[in-house]
Write a protein that binds this ligand. Sequence first.
Ligand SMILES: C[S@@+](CC[C@H](N)C(=O)[O-])C[C@H]1O[C@@H](n2cnc3c(N)ncnc32)[C@H](O)[C@@H]1O
Length: 275
Amino acid sequence: VVDVAASEVDEASGLLWAAGADGVAEIELPGGGVRLVAGIAPADEAAAVDALEPRWRPETLDGHHDGWLDAWRPFAHPIRVGPVVVHPPWQPPPWPGLEVGTGDTVVPIDPGGAFGHGDHPTTRMVLAAVVDRVPPARRVLDVGCGSGVLSVVAARLGAEHVRAIDVDEAAVSATATNAEANGVADRVQADGTALGDVHETYELVLANVLAPTLIELGPALSARLAPGGHLVVSGMLASQVDQVIAACAPLRVVSRTQAASAVAEPWVACTLAHP
Ligand SMILES: C[S@@+](CC[C@H](N)C(=O)[O-])C[C@H]1O[C@@H](n2cnc3c(N)ncnc32)[C@H](O)[C@@H]1O
């Protein structure tokens, strides 16, 4: 575990990966700075500590992977995107500095072992698109649902049918659990079906996955989009946007947002539609 300045994240996490880390979690600290929590096999631990700058005062914790995978939990916090507030269930309201009004939709999400308690910049950009498009969109497809945060928010905002798919079993089960906890299990169908085996079309298609996957899935994503609908792709860096858009042809970009990332270029999300 090392606490570093935001400007040192790339350097420190690069050193951790090079020292054999099999995962590095980045947790934004309330007073500024970032806590990096890396999972490292005991045999690589000493070398990893040596590789880091002593001024970062690396600490080692004994633990199983479950321990470091859960290390972010105490730091998770509620986030607001328009009228939607997503929060960890172990931090119920009220929240200092975050007022909740009668028009707000408050959504508890526990990612379990899956990705997505809502605060990642790539997730936030898709959440904003969901807030904009549901309603009128009634049928939603969420490809790479992770914790189910996007699916559950879409259903809580009134979507009638949400299909959530993911290659990771932990994601499918987290999505089902979060749908249940939010009272929308009857409208969120989560399973491990491959995108190529989904045949229906949807008014809103969401995909927050990394660029190589977006490029691979592009033709199938656009094929699942109903006429007049919108495809939201997120998870790509600015330099990867052109390739992702080309893979989604013949769809055209109707809007684009971006957010800071831990590397030099920003994350980008694009909304596309039939020409
Ligand atoms: C960055 S997470 C996004 C989770 C959540 N949708 C969010 O926005 O917070 C990406 C998810 O996509 C899943 N994934 C990766 N490749 C996939 C594929 N080819 N088909 C379906 N899911 C995939 C991963 O297992 C992971 O849960």
